[in-house]
Design a binder for this molecule. Sequence first.
Ligand code: GCW
Length: 674
Amino acid sequence: GLWLDYTKIKDKVVLEGYRSQLQGIYLEEGGATLKVIGEELTMGLGTLLDTNLKFNALGGDGNMLIVSKYMNLPKNLTEKMEVDDLKKEGYIIKNVDMEGGSHVVITARDDIGLLYGTFHFLRLLQMHKPLKNLEIVESPKVDIRMLNHWDNLDRTIERGYSGFSIWNWQTLPDYIDQRYIDYARANASVGINGTAVTSVNANALILTPHYLEKVKALADVFRPYGLKVYLTARFSAPIEIGGLKTADPLDAKVIQWWKNKADEIYSIIPDFGGFLVKANSEGQPGPQNYGRTHLDGANLLADALAPHNGVVMWRAFVYSEHDPTDRAKQAYNEFVPDDGKYRENVLIQVKNGPIDFQPREPFHPMFGAMPNTPLMMEFQITKEYLGFATHLVYLPKLFEEVLKSDTYRKGKGSLVAKVIDGSLNHKKLTGMAGVSNIGTDFNWTGHPFGQADWYGFGRLAWNPYMDSKDIADEWLRCTFTNDEHFVGPVKKMMMESREAVVNYMDPLGLHHIFDTGHHYGPGPWVDNLSRPEWNPVYYHKADSLGIGFDRTKTGSDALFQYAPEVQKMFTDLETCPEEYLLWFHHVPWDYRLKNGRTLWDGLGIKYQKGVDQVREMIATWEQMKPYVDDLRYKQVTMLLNIQLKEAKWWRDACMLYFQTFSKMDFPKEMEAPE
Ligand code: GCW
């Protein structure tokens, strides 16, 4: 079902209104995409309106839904469409009155635009929006809008909490699971146009003919929905599956091997998207194994893909034990000096923050710092550090905060969103990736509210300036009900959920204090791991004097990587937002916060607030019983109760541990530890 569960509209007035406005459909004839548009309209309108709408020719009587590329519309209709602003994959939805009837026209330059317009149109109905005075003109602001699956070939998923991988490599290519089709529909409905189906901790086998045939079968299913397939390329593949002695990016045989491999892939999948690469990161092979650089590695693959218009997405998530001072600095140091030297078909894929998908991080300093290289965003939709698929945390709020952060790289207003949509430096190639939270679970994402994160990622990839509140509104109406008694309170609950998790896990700029390996639950005391930068104590640095990571000049000076205005704001304790206090500063336990309380009290109050916020979420949800089916009502209730138990666990574990340093009493606002 997801948000495409087109249940019959119960409101009689709305239903009758739509029925009289939609008396037939004209759908342009065409290929596979037009066929799936027809299927989606038949299914969507069939169930929403509980009627069987006929597909008619143009020119008859009655109010029609007209779906056609604008160059194929009759001249009198084309003239009414303002297509100048319409880009590739974009669409227009507009009312047009003509003799014979009052019509709704969906038009576009290409078939995929028509499909996206169709999904938008169906959403209008799901949301009970009036079909009058429509003047919708939409084009994607970002070119590559893709999911990254961290799915292994044995169907386990790294950091996946919703079951196993939906890709059944054993039965592919011959067996096409209905899930593959529904997956493509769901992605297309929010404008996602790419998917890297294998993990960045890559297995070279995916590049062998045996697997490429299976990938082809997926690509064939996805193609009508505008969804391109990408693969993760293991840098040592020339050795592992190519029989070469080296994977040195400057070696002639290696260069030829990748070229041949790209040619082979394109002979099987002509619209293959390209490679996603994790290299010299967390033990993965890469060009540095041969004394070369990320630049050498990325350009090697880019040259192999260029004749076929493929792209390389080279990840900037790198850190090593060799620079134990501050892991946050390494990516900037390794990539920024080579700005402008990457081939045109290379995008550097950067996580939203400089550490690793924490509940809150400042934006990554690379954003805006490489004006001559396309930088794409990597968000994590799966909740590795936010309570897995067990906690309700609405992520688009986090995504929005990052996208609206100001890098000041070209003065005030140089938002991260402008780096991502390319407008800050007129980039030709743009992209946004989200690490998928999808698995074989009956409801796809484990937590019923996890679907909203997938949905919201897609909407923000289409338009990084969207308000996460509007996205929550859409998702709730399409997924549950339009009843305002439900939408209002639940939207509020979703919007507050992100701050709640920050409060009960990582308040005031704390980060990476998770228990080892699995990253579920608190472990601020861990200090015995083989690499220093894996130990939580490395991040909070609590001692008898205070707590926090000094990233100013007196500490690691990671702040120098930001624009001067940003450096200044974060350096000065007067202007550093308290959300980032302990990210950038080591401050005494009795340091006075803006509200006059000590840091120690402030920490306790925040942890308590997080717990209280989960209690409020439970109270809100309890009121929602009349509006939700029993199954989802019970699931969310049980999950929220776990969340409450674990919010207390976080509060108690962290405060009791930090108390061993502060030696201060808990603030009076804090409940006694359980
Ligand atoms: O956060 C870390 C995860 C790893 C992941 C890595 C990465 C795929 O714990 O599981 O590996 O990030 O992004 O490469």
